[in-house]
Design a protein. Structure first.
Length: 461
């Protein structure tokens, strides 16, 4: 899909023409309802195993006043549903709808999309529902791993179709294509990684060995899932659709290619350096710091290239989600770069007797970083782009008057802000735990309101 550069001198008519062309691509040539099953399934997952389960765990943590009051398998079942169910299903639904239009070709096997959805959803249900019992009922590990196998098959079908689109297309690879292909590579890597990691910690012979595996290998897994897969796919899709759908700046074609190089190197350095810090020594922390700076630099480059923090030329209800999402991304990465300052300068001054100082690692602060990017950036992007696609594929350029979605926007942002600030504050005082627990309720309520609206739009009600 070609994009048109946006300049202040262009008239409103020019912007509307550009939008009509973009919407034509949403409805031309390929099935226009292929995304609905993925979007609706993603909403179902987030409102069960995902955000709702996460909010329940957070309330338990707040009640006990400790982040270790819930088991690692309970936490990871929630994380798995978020990555594979919430992010994964929405990415696949959007890709099946839009990537054929991006590359001006058709899916070679449309039935494969439905098969991929069924297998993915079955795998998510098996894995996320059974993992919490992995230590207390060891027999559940095998069917949970079977669920992982179904997910791997589903992802394999999806990747084969997406790569096939790229190969059959007569269009040259663009910078956004390079970012998207990189993200799909990380999608496959993290899926295999998580399967092996789950089996390792589930079958660890002792609790001490399990904790060592978690301390060494869980953070790199999250880096591959969040910075490798999720962030890169959002960056690639943003370069494609934000200029056309919202009227933000259209960057140079080379921006995506250079961003892909910088960010892939950053994620690899982040993963390798963390493992080396755990297994060899903390002198490898300098390499980790370089990776964090590269991630922040790449995010700043993306934001400046698109001009996404400015008011869009084409206003619609989704623009506020997208702009705020990028603010949360920058905040998360600034916090990531500042982690050593918090850990080794601020905490020893304000809370010298805290467990984080004694341990030498603040799980609360690191969790705040993760929440800022997973809910603040990734979830708000899903909500904004998802609402736009659902409405425009149904009504095209003449949608009825729809709710502005201010309630879910405010609730999710308020919950995310409370969680990020008060979670890191738990390092200083236990009084912050109850407020942290409330944040999950706000986020779930906002997502539920948004999900109900999305379902009504897609089901024609």
């Amino acid at each position: 899909m070609s994009t048109v550069s946006i300049h202040p001198s262009e008239s409103r008519t020019d912007f509307e023409s550009q939008k009509r062309e973009a919407l034509r691509l949403l409805t031309a040539g390929n099935p226009t309802s292929i995304h609905k099953g993925f979007f609706l399934s993603g909403i179902a997952v987030i409102l069960t195993f995902g955000a709702v389960w996460g909010a329940y765990l957070l309330l338990r943590i707040a009640w006990e006043g400790s982040f270790t009051s819930v088991g690692i398998h309970e936490v990871n079942a929630h994380g798995h549903a978020q990555i594979f169910g919430w992010v994964g299903l929405f990415v696949k639904g959007f890709a099946y709808l839009m990537f054929p239009r991006f590359k001006q070709t058709a899916l070679s096997w449309p039935v494969g999309a439905k098969l991929s959805l069924v297998l993915m959803l079955a795998g998510i249900v098996l894995r996320s529902s059974l993992e919490p019992f992995a230590r207390t009922a060891p027999w559940t590990v095998w069917p949970a791993l079977f669920g992982n196998g179904l997910e791997l098959i589903a992802i394999g079908i999806f990747l084969q179709q997406m790569v096939g689109l790229m190969r059959r297309s007569l269009l040259r690879l663009s910078g956004s294509d390079v970012l998207i292909l990189s993200a799909l590579g990380w999608f496959a890597v993290q899926a295999v990684y998580e399967t092996v990691y789950f089996a390792a910690i589930a079958w660890a012979p002792t609790r001490e060995e399990m904790l060592h595996l978690v301390a060494t290998w869980q953070a790199p897994l999250r880096d591959a899932q969040i910075h490798g897969f999720s962030m890169l796919i959002v960056f690639g899709v943003s370069l494609r659709i934000l200029p056309a759908f919202f009227g933000w700046r259209s960057p140079s074609a080379r921006v995506g290619t250079w961003l892909a190089a910088v960010l892939n190197v950053a994620v690899l350095l982040q993963i390798v350096s963390f493992i080396l810090m755990r297994e060899v020594g903390y002198r490898w922390g300098a390499l980790w710091g370089l990776a964090a700076l590269l991630l922040l630099g790449g995010a700043i480059w993306q934001v400046r290239a698109l001009g996404v923090l400015r008011s869009p030329a084409l206003h619609n209800r989704s623009a506020k989600f997208v702009r705020t999402a990028y603010v949360w991304l920058l905040l998360s990465l600034v916090m990531l770069v500042s982690f050593p300052v918090w850990q080794f300068v601020i905490l020893p001054m304000v809370a010298p007797g805290s467990g984080a100082v004694e341990m030498g690692f603040s799980h609360a602060y690191y969790g705040s970083i993760r929440h800022a990017i997973t809910v603040g950036f990734i979830s708000l992007m899903i909500m904004g782009v998802g609402a736009f696609v659902a409405a425009e594929t149904r009504w095209g350029s003449s949608p009825p008057k729809l709710t502005a979605l201010w309630a879910p926007f405010i609730l999710v942002n308020a919950g995310c802000a409370m969680r990020v600030f008060f979670q890191l504050t738990t390092d200083i005082g236990a009084w912050a735990f109850p407020v942290t627990g409330i944040s999950g309720i706000l986020e779930v309520t906002g997502i539920a309101i948004w999900g109900g609206h999305m379902a009504r739009v897609m089901l024609g009600r």
